[in-house]
Design a protein around this ligand. Structure first.
Ligand SMILES: [Zn+2]
Length: 58
């Protein structure tokens, strides 16, 4: 499983995501960014920051 904590990119956010693949995880993060952070389009540098903080979990 892959895991990402939004707080690693947006310090005040408590959202946490898990998915089988990085693509599945990024899809959740993009939806969250749009719905909860008002990002209609997630900039490439933000996506790079997200990828840099994805962790493997059991
Ligand atoms: Zn967030």
């Amino acid at each position: 499983m892959k895991q990402f904590r939004c707080a690693d990119v947006v310090p005040d956010c408590t959202a946490r995501f898990e998915a089988e693949s990085e693509a599945g995880l990024l899809a959740q993060v993009v939806r969250h960014a749009r719905d909860d952070h008002g990002m209609e389009h997630v900039p490439h540098d933000v996506l790079d920051a997200v990828r840099a903080h994805i962790e493997d979990v059991e």
